[in-house]
Ligand binder design. Structure first.
Ligand code: ATP
Ligand code: MG
Length: 428
């Protein structure tokens, strides 16, 4: 049926070693194989190991159907509707198992967008529905060989991000691939192949067809990648930012304070990158509070100039800015509330008399509000040394860590990480 043939790279000709693979992922592959199915490690994990990066999660591709996988693992659950997958849970680690898919015209709507993706196929069909060649390598835990159907190794060596197939078609099928291109280019320091790069600017508007809930997840992935600062530049350059945050983009272009706003977002994202580097938690609420600040600040100032007093002006500005953004990207209620608190904290922090300050530093949103304030000053906003005042105040009034803990404790957000416990590793 298919003319694709695999270039098989045996174990002694590649550096992918079992000692870098999560024991849970190996367990899943072995059990599938023992049950008579095929199973491969695929996607980012193989790519990352070839690049000498420790993978953050492990995806498996198999010819077993999701229900069959689910039956084999009591610790699994079936997920997804448009795209059925099985998640196998090992403590906090999740191994994602996907059945080989085939792609075809019958799965698309009249605009070329994929609407159904549950037609199963064989590995040769599965290869070509993957996004980039670098993401389409298969590693077998049976013969330890890598199966390369699309000359992926060469592209990885040359640090080239190349779409499989015709870029325009692949972006139309799923516009999120444009965001993935930008994310991988920034994260891996790859160049996007010229045609695939040029098409992004042309098709960036398609991003508005993607479900807001899916974009919520994708945007988080972009900005917790540790390369958020660089990704922001890419997004602007390719007009993706315009498509995702149209109102903010407008303000970034046509406002007397555009330079400040742009510097502020950059500072916020670079700051997040630094936190991730030292393994500090980041919350999407802070990121979104940063990304929407140009709008909040603009509307806030406008309301004040129209005679509204400061606090209600900030409340209204926060409300209007988020309402304008929500049709494009969903933001959960919990995060919306935190964003609002961070913005309103900006006003609370200006009333810096000692007595109030002593109360305020116990507020669960104080720390985020203070970090946010520092970013505003860093980006050039003149606040008459307010940040420094709070820095000194905290030095002379240290707060024990536990007293600023959030009430629920649930708001801390860490990018998912495998529990790759030493000791249980099989020998390679
Ligand atoms: P990372 O996990 O480091 O973000 P990844 O490449 O593993 O990168 P995942 O989102 O975990 O990305 O997806 C696993 C694999 O599934 C990808 O490597 C790719 O082969 C395929 N894939 C994921 N999303 C898409 C998509 N939108 N279009 C086509 N293939 C996709
Ligand atoms: Mg992955």
């Amino acid at each position: 049926m298919s003319q694709l043939t695999a270039h098989i790279i045996p174990r002694d000709e590649h550096p992918v070693s079992r000692k870098n693979i999560s024991p849970s992922a190996l367990k899943v592959m072995y059990r599938l194989e023992n049950a008579g199915f095929k199973a491969f490690l695929v996607g980012g994990a193989v790519r990352d190991m070839l690049l000498g990066i420790q993978p953050k999660d492990f995806d498996i591709a198999t010819n077993a159907h999701p229900e069959q996988v689910h039956k084999l693992f009591s610790n699994s659950r079936l997920i997804g509707r448009r795209f059925k997958l099985v998640h196998i849970l090992f403590g906090r680690e999740i191994i994602e198992v996907a059945t080989f898919r085939s792609s075809g015209e019958q799965l698309q709507n009249d605009q070329g967008m994929l609407v159904r993706d549950n037609v199963y196929g064989d590995i040769e069909e599965d290869v070509v529905r993957r996004d980039f060649t670098a993401n389409a390598l298969y590693y077998s835990a049976t013969d330890f060989a890598i199966y390369d159907y699309v000359d992926a190794l060469k592209d990885i060596e040359n640090r080239q991000l190349k779409l499989i197939g015709i870029p325009e078609e692949r972006y139309r099928e799923d516009p999120v691939r444009m965001l993935r291109a930008v994310r991988f280019a920034a994260k891996l320091d790859f160049a996007i192949e010229t045609q695939a790069e040029e098409k992004i600017t042309e098709l960036a508007h398609l991003m508005q067809m993607v479900a807001p809930a899916r974009l919520f997840d994708e945007i988080i992935k972009l900005f917790v990648s540790g390369k958020g600062g660089r990704i922001y530049q890419y997004l602007k350059h390719h007009k993706l930012f315009d498509s995702l945050f149209p109102h903010v983009a407008d303000t970034l272009r046509n406002n007397a304070q555009s330079a400040y706003y742009d510097a502020f977002i950059t500072a916020g994202l670079v700051n997040t990158d630094k936190r991730i580097q030292v393994d500090k938690p980041v919350t999407p609420a802070f990121m979104y509070a940063v990304l929407l600040w140009p709008e909040v600040h603009r509307i806030w100032q406008q309301k004040i100039s129209e005679g509204t007093s400061e606090f209600p002006a900030m409340q209204q500005a926060g409300y209007e800015a988020t309402q304008a953004q929500l049709p494009f990207i969903m933001i959960t209620k919990r995060f919306l509330l935190m964003m609002k608190e961070i913005w309103e904290m900006q006003l609370r922090l200006t009333k810096n008399n000692e007595r109030r300050a002593k109360q305020l530093i116990h507020n669960p949103r104080f720390r985020a509000g203070y970090d946010f304030l520092l970013l505003r000053e860093q980006a050039g906003e003149q606040l008459e040394g307010l940040g420094e005042w709070w820095t000194h105040f905290q030095e002379s009034n240290p707060v024990p860590k536990s007293s600023t803990k959030s009430r629920t404790g649930k708001e801390r957000f860490r990018p998912r990480r495998p529990a790759n416990k030493a000791g249980k590793r099989p020998r390679s």
